[in-house]
Design a protein around this ligand. Structure first.
Ligand SMILES: [Fe+2]
Ligand SMILES: [Fe+2]
Length: 275
């Protein structure tokens, strides 16, 4: 079976494996990615890595120095979501960073781009699309379904291997996107909730799907944040500062196997408990 060959033995066009990592939270998340992704890729025979990086800088957004830390990590492309503009310099910086995508269905005129075609280690072209949902999200955006249609058609001219990060809250909206794109993209993988779901499956037509991949963040936390301030907000209704917990990190990811025709043949969750 081609999928069991190490990346360097496979020929161009044969099946490939893609590692997708959920929201990277803060310093602990960055450290985990930096020390673990290459090893995970080797173990899982992956040729390409996508990670959602929207919480990498102190729990919200991106900075150039945080991205520089992850230069050699093995991550090829960073997708994002509602936190992409949390760091005030980043709107001016995103265009000088080649591998960070903001949601493609954000309003026209916002800086950066929401999709791209990248080359994997086995020379296969991989299209990556970052989209954001509209249910319970509170972020103004255009219709993600219409934007997906437009971009899939555009990217398929170049490659049938297309991975969509759908950054959304509602499982229903995420499943709807998976069903909407079934047979047209290799995978629709969810991010944003920071909680991995156990619903990974391959839809008819060869589209791998999972509602949420999870996060790279602390186990002893509430979505990567210190427990007490979040509890305080819930129990008193009073504002509190949500600090990131950088210790006791769990890395959540998903590996998708894709054939030369862009159809997914496998999807497996990977979890690693770290320092
Ligand atoms: Fe997030
Ligand atoms: Fe988010």
């Amino acid at each position: 079976m081609q999928g069991s060959l190490p990346a360097w033995l496979r020929k161009q066009g044969e099946s490939m494996r893609i590692l997708f990592i959920g929201d990277i939270v803060g310093k602990g998340g960055r450290q985990a990615v930096k020390t673990t992704v290459r090893e995970l890729m080797r173990e899982n025979r992956c040729d390409f890595c996508i990670a959602n990086g929207e919480n990498m800088a102190g729990g919200g957004g991106f900075t150039k120095s945080c991205l520089a830390e992850l230069d050699e990590s093995g991550v090829d492309v960073f997708t994002s979501g509602d936190h992409v503009w949390d760091q005030k310099e980043f709107p001016d910086e995103i265009e000088s960073v080649g591998n960070v995508l903001r949601p493609a269905n954000f309003f026209d005129g916002q800086p950066g781009r929401g999709y791209g075609v990248f080359e994997a280690r086995n020379s296969v072209k991989v299209g990556v699309i970052s989209l954001i949902g509209r249910t319970f999200m509170g972020v103004p955006s255009n219709c993600p379904f219409a934007k997906a249609d437009e971009l899939v058609e555009k990217i398929r001219v170049e490659t049938p291997v297309i991975i969509v990060d759908f950054h959304a809250e509602a499982t229903s909206e995420k499943i709807a996107m998976g069903r909407h794109l079934a047979g047209r993209v290799s995978a629709v993988l969810g991010t944003h909730t920071h909680v991995p779901t156990a619903d990974q499956q391959i839809f008819a037509g060869g589209t791998a799907f999972q509602c949420d991949v999870g996060m790279v963040g602390a186990r002893e936390s509430i979505l990567g944040r210190e427990i007490e301030p979040v509890l305080h907000r819930f129990t008193t209704g009073m504002p509190s500062r949500f600090l990131v917990n950088d210790k006791g990190i769990r890395l959540n990811g998903t590996v998708v196997t894709v054939g030369e025709d862009g159809k997914a043949t496998g999807i497996e969750r990977v979890t690693r408990d770290l320092f």
